[in-house]
Design a protein around this ligand. Structure first.
Ligand code: BF8
Ligand code: SF4
Length: 634
């Protein structure tokens, strides 16, 4: 099977100088074939030491585990635990930012500051915190306490959930008993109820998974809000994406992982003249070249226009260019394989977080109390390594695309305000009503070895754009569209249907872009998915309907991680028909499959559409969009 449709990735895979022994995720995927059929169907349980138990999908062998758990119970427990895993990741990320904000307010982290007071006030106001006559510090102190209280048990609905969805949605959640009162408590509850001999009712377990997904949404929203307050709310910025952003004559530092607490500081420090001079003194005429990988790449691209090298599945390929001097990681989506790949080159892999170390990597503990000094020390490691770079091993593909990023909800509203200052949403809504924008699709999630990298994204987006569907993107989805040139004005001219192109041209020109808005709007990292919800909720509230009635859909056509499962599940809870291009491990239970793809629709309006064929998936999403338009009388 072809590994990737990204020509830069293919070029490095074919021409790298790491030697024959160097294996990639695609090689290891092949070595794993055939993958376990029980695991693929979700009917294997290891929740106690009497197991592992496996249910025979053909109905000839065991139909129950030793404790009596059925395939339905086992599959539902698997789904719920995946959601809890994803929620724990986002929760840890969000809590980390809240802690730093708190320490900053106590004067313990001098390298962080409140960068966006407007956002601070907007978020605090939404959370019911008094603003008038108070200093930013006072407001932020109340806000951070409110944020921290979301993690423990507050005994009432989580503020970030209750204040950011429609009233009708909150009522629906309440009726189903899926309003979380604690982010971490809800994760623990899923772990409890799915352990040996607790919840055996598959539907009840799935309701627990939905509640946990709402907690995940809360954690993501909170992380985005606090990141914007600390680092600034993204505004449109022009950048570049793909491996061609690496420079032969510069010290290339790749920042990989998720949390802007580390990457934002390194990005700032890398532009200090003294640091650039140190790099030049080491022989790098081009100075320091910071690039991003995965979601931390999205964070710094959105806020600073720093170029994005590649996405998660091709992280090893970045090292195989032989041009990365240091790959600095925090947590999440970092394959342990990068340390092995780095052994074939001069690259230094630097871990920075106490919970995320890796054999073969050097650990430099990142201290938020001393962030700038830590960042300098890390950059110096990269500069030192540059000296041992072997030019004969360098293979940088001269391929990159321009990408306009930075479309936070606020930036989208600001662009629309240039068309109608009194009522910014009106141009968007008018064009949805008129059919110039037939619908909106949020692409989220990862790249997987199970599909040639980016194939599903690109096939689907071409079809949807031609049919006048506006595209929002986050995470590795946004990386795919950035690398393939879908985040430019030219892409609108080339791919968008007539109606959509006309709307994007009016907005882009009014907003001073000198051309149309890109047809795919980069909304940020995976924790930033709530930015898209904010836009949908604003439209729904203005129309006096719920999100579950809007012609808005979501798709994760190359999903991988538990985080993607959590996000997909809250998209469904939020009322969005959500496409998955990779079959999740649920087919071992007809009941669970039925609930997730159909029954849940009657309860929440959202549901999963599983379709591996991207052409068929695009048609399915268009059908749903049209159904919803008809429901609104459009
Ligand atoms: O959080 S899209 S592979 S990098 S999980 Fe990971 Fe998936 Fe990429 Fe960002 Ni999101
Ligand atoms: Fe088997 Fe039940 Fe133990 Fe799972 S919890 S391993 S099904 S006995």
């Amino acid at each position: 099977m072809k590994c990737s449709i990204d020509p830069a990735v293919t070029e490095v895979l074919n021409n790298h100088k790491g030697g024959n022994k160097l294996k990639t995720a695609w090689d290891r995927y092949e070595a794993q074939q055939p993958q376990c059929g029980f695991g693929e169907l979700g009917v294997c349980c290891r929740h106690c030491m009497q197991g592992p138990c496996r249910i025979d999908p053909f109905g000839e062998g065991p139909d129950r585990g030793i404790c009596g758990a059925t395939a339905d119970t086992i599959v539902a427990r698997g789904v719920a635990r995946a959601v809890a895993g994803g929620t724990a990741s986002h929760s840890g990320h969000a809590l980390h930012i809240a802690h730093v904000l708190k320490k900053m307010l106590a004067g313990k982290t001098p390298d962080y500051a409140i960068k966006d007071e407007v956002k601070l006030k907007a978020v605090a106001g939404r959370c019911g915190i008094a603003i008038e006559g108070r200093s930013s510090k006072e407001i932020a102190q109340d806000l951070v306490e409110k944020a921290l209280s979301e993690f423990g048990d507050k005994g009432e609905a989580l503020t970030w959930a209750a204040t950011t969805v429609t009233k009708a949605r909150l009522e629906t959640f309440s009726k189903l008993g899926i309003v979380p009162t604690s982010i971490d408590g809800t994760i623990a509850e899923v772990m409890h109820r799915t352990t040996y001999g607790v919840d055996a009712d598959p539907v009840n377990i799935l309701l627990g998974a939905l509640k946990c997904a709402v907690a995940d949404y809360t954690a993501c929203h909170l992380a985005t809000d606090l990141s914007d307050i600390l680092f600034g709310t993204p505004q449109p910025v022009v950048s570049k994406a793909n491996l061609g952003v690496l420079k032969e004559d510069a010290v290339n530092i790749a920042l990989h992982g998720h949390n802007p607490l580390l990457s934002d500081i390194i990005a700032q420090v890398a532009s200090e003249p003294e640091m650039i001079a140190e790099a030049q003194a080491a022989g790098a005429a081009g100075g320091l070249n910071v690039v991003g990988i995965c979601c931390t790449g999205n964070e710094i691209m959105m806020r600073h226009g720093i170029p994005l090298a590649t996405s998660s599945i091709s992280q090893e390929v970045a090292i195989m260019t032989g041009a990365i001097d240091a790959m600095v990681v925090d947590y999440q989506c970092i394959m342990p394989a990068i340390a092995t790949a780095a052994e074939c080159f001069h690259t230094k892999v630097i871990t920075t977080m106490p919970i995320a170390k890796m054999p073969g990597a050097e650990h430099i503990a990142f201290s938020d109390e001393n962030a700038v000094e830590c960042a300098r020390a890390i950059l110096r490691q990269g500069i030192e390594r540059f000296k041992s770079r072997n030019p004969d091993k360098v293979c940088i593909p001269q391929k990159s695309s321009t990408a306009i990023a930075g479309f936070s909800a606020e930036a989208i509203v600001a662009a629309l305000a240039k068309v109608n200052a009194d009522d910014p949403l009106k141009p968007l809504i008018d064009n949805i009503v008129a059919g110039n924008i037939r619908g909106i699709c949020l692409f989220a999630g990862c790249n997987t070895v199970k599909v040639p990298q980016d194939h599903n994204y690109i096939e689907m987006v071409k079809k949807l754009l031609a049919e006048n569907v506006l595209i929002l993107a986050t995470g590795c989805a946004s990386s795919a569209y950035a690398r393939h040139g879908f985040m430019t004005s030219e892409a609108t001219i080339r791919y968008a249907g007539k109606g959509l192109a006309a709307v994007l041209t009016v907005i882009g020109e009014a907003a001073g872009l000198g051309g149309p808005l890109p047809p795919v709007l980069h909304m940020g990292s995976c924790v930033d998915n709530p930015r898209a919800v904010d836009v949908a909720v604003a439209i729904a509230n203005k129309l006096g309907v719920d999100v579950s009635q809007l012609p808005v859909v979501a798709s994760a056509p190359e999903a991988v991680t538990e985080k993607a499962v959590a996000i997909g599940t809250w998209a469904v809870a939020g009322g969005l028909p959500t496409h998955l291009g990779v079959v999740p491990p649920v087919l071992g239970s007809k009941l669970v499959t039925e609930v997730l793809t159909s029954t849940v629709k009657d309860l929440l309006g959202g549901y999963f559409i599983v379709e591996p064929d991207p052409a068929k998936a695009a048609v399915a999403l268009l059908t749903v969009i049209d159904e919803r338009r008809a429901g609104l009388g459009l």
